[in-house]
Design a protein around this ligand. Structure first.
Ligand SMILES: [Zn+2]
Ligand SMILES: [Zn+2]
Length: 132
């Protein structure tokens, strides 16, 4: 079977399956992630070739910037993914994966925009903007 990781939204209307080992997870502290989730979010980048959605018709895509869109369940509101326009990869929310996820946050991005009500002191690399 190899590596299969599954996940979905809180109500179960949108589910996904990822084939193959997962890459590293990064936490994003930008204002959009803060407003969408109430805190910050973590994602792992997945090749679309290794990704299958079920019930994706229950997700809404929101064009959050000229470069990207964000997907969430339109029934329960769970944030599910971030995707660059035209990209062949999708950044899946770490929190959407069923447990155990096998994921581990390994860096922080957009720390310059971090909210004032929490601290980052896990010793991991921090980038003020993107790390790319
Ligand atoms: Zn849902
Ligand atoms: Zn962000």
């Amino acid at each position: 079977m190899g590596d299969i990781h599954e996940g979905g939204c809180a109500c179960g209307a949108v589910r996904f399956q990822v084939r193959g080992p997962l890459g590293e997870a990064g936490a994003c502290h930008c204002s959009q992630c803060r407003r969408q989730t109430g805190l910050y979010y973590a994602t792992t980048n997945v090749a679309d070739d290794n990704l299958d959605w079920h019930g994706l018709e229950n997700a809404t895509r929101y064009r959050s910037s000229p470069e990207a869109e964000r997907g969430f369940c339109r029934i329960c509101g769970s944030a599910l993914f971030w995707k660059g326009i035209g990209s062949s990869h999708t950044s899946i929310m770490a929190g959407a994966f069923d447990q155990p996820s096998d994921l581990k946050i390994s860096y922080h991005i957009f720390c310059a925009d971090k909210a004032d009500f929490y601290d980052i002191n896990d010793g991991l690399p921090r980038f003020s903007q993107s790390n790319s």
